[in-house]
Design a protein around this ligand. Structure first.
Ligand SMILES: NC(=O)c1ccc[n+]([C@@H]2O[C@H](COP(=O)([O-])OP(=O)(O)OC[C@H]3O[C@@H](n4cnc5c(N)ncnc54)[C@H](OP(=O)(O)O)[C@@H]3O)[C@@H](O)[C@H]2O)c1
Length: 268
C-alpha cells in the first residue's frame, strides 16, 4: 500500500474504504442499522487498512467491532472518524471531550488515527473550543492526527488564525463532475492534504473516456479515475459493497498513468 506523508510527519494510506452505507438496511445511508458489516469484512480481508467512518454514519461501533474481530493488530489499521458540527457534539469543551471519548469507545481503541471536523462550525467560539479539545487529545496521545472536512479556503484561514496544530487533511468532494481543483491547489500550497470523498461520481461520457485510457493499461474506468487522484497526491476513500469492485479499487495503485493521460483526465 502506498502511503502519503502528512504535515505532522505521520503517514497514511493513499487509498481506503468509505463506510457510510455499511451496516445499514438496503445499503441505504438513512437505512436502519442491521449489523451487516460483511462489506467491511471483505475489504479488510482484501487488504484495506484505511477505514473512514463518522459519528453521523451511526456505524462507528460496528466498524470498531469488525476491526476488532478481524484479528488483525490495531496498529495495522488507520481509522478515521468525524465530529458533527451540531451543538449536541460541540456546544462546550466538556461536550466535545465526551464526543471524542465515545468515538474511542465505539472504535474499541485507545487512540484514533485521524479525527476530522465533519463540516464547518459556523460559530467561531465553538470552532475554536472544538479544535482546542482535538489538540488536547493529540497531546494525550488519544488522537494521532487532526483535520477537517468540507472546509472552504475561508474556513481554513479562520482556523489557521488560532490553531496551534495545523489541520493535516481536508476531506472534500472531488470527482470528474466536480474536481474542485482550485480548492485542492489552495490546500496543496499550504501542505494540507486533500482527501476525496464521493470519488466515483461520473457521467457515462466520463466513464467512456476513462475506459478508453484504461485499455492501454488493462485497467477499468474506475481504476483509472482512482489512480489519477492518488497520482496527483489526493487520498481516496471509494466505498463499495461489491468485493469485485473493492479488489479493483485496491488494484488501482499498481500502475502509473502517463503525463499525457493525466492531462486528458484533468480536462474531462
Ligand atoms: N466528509 C464528507 O462530508 C463525506 C461525504 C460523503 C462521503 N464521505 C465518505 O466518502 C466515502 C465514499 O463516498 P461515497 O460512498 O459517497 O461514494 P463513492 O465511493 O464515490 O461511490 C460509491 C458508489 O461507487 C460504486 N463503485 C465503487 N467502486 C466501483 C468500481 N470499481 N466500479 C464501479 N462502481 C464502483 C459503488 O457501487 P458498488 O457498491 O456496487 O461497488 C457505489 O455505488 C463514503 O463512504 C464516506 O466514508 C464523506
Amino acid at each position: 500500500m502506498e502511503h502519503v506523508r502528512l504535515n505532522n510527519g505521520t503517514t497514511m494510506p493513499y487509498l481506503g474504504t468509505g463506510t457510510n452505507t455499511y451496516g445499514k438496511e438496503n445499503n441505504d445511508y438513512n437505512g436502519d442499522l442491521n449489523g451487516d458489516f460483511s462489506a467491511l469484512e471483505s475489504a479488510i480481508k482484501m487488504g484495506y487498512r484505511l477505514i473512514d467512518t463518522a459519528i453521523s454514519y451511526r456505524n462507528e461501533a460496528g466498524v470498531g467491532k469488525t476491526v476488532k474481530e478481524s484479528g488483525i493488530d490495531r496498529s495495522e489499521f488507520y481509522l478515521t472518524t468525524k465530529i458533527p458540527p451540531q451543538d449536541d457534539y460541540v456546544k462546550d469543551k466538556q461536550t466535545v471531550r465526551k464526543t471524542l471519548n465515545q468515538s474511542l469507545k465505539n472504535l474499541q481503541s485507545d487512540y484514533i488515527d485521524l479525527y476530522l471536523i465533519h463540516k464547518p462550525i459556523e460559530d467561531e467560539d465553538k470552532l475554536k473550543l472544538t479544535w482546542e479539545v482535538l489538540e488536547e487529545f493529540v497531546g494525550k496521545g488519544k488522537i494521532r492526527t487532526i483535520g477537517v472536512s468540507n472546509f472552504t479556503n475561508e474556513d481554513l484561514e479562520k482556523l489557521g488564525q488560532f490553531a496551534t496544530i495545523k489541520p493535516a487533511v481536508n476531506q472534500i468532494k472531488s470527482n470528474p463532475v466536480e474536481w474542485n481543483n482550485e480548492w485542492i491547489k489552495f490546500m496543496l500550497d499550504r501542505d494540507i492534504r486533500p482527501q476525496a470523498w464521493g470519488p466515483m461520481k461520473t457521467t457515462e461520457q466520463h466513464r467512456d473516456v476513462l475506459a478508453e485510457i484504461g485499455e492501454r493499461y488493462g485497467k477499468t474506468w474506475a481504476q483509472v479515475l482512482l489512480r489519477y487522484q492518488t497520482q496527483r497526491g489526493i487520498i481516496v476513500i471509494p466505498k463499495s459493497h461489491d468485493p469485485k469492485n473493492q479488489k479493483a479499487n485496491l488494484e488501482s495503485l499498481d500502475f502509473l498513468l502517463s503525463d499525457d493521460d493525466m492531462k486528458k483526465i484533468t480536462q474531462l
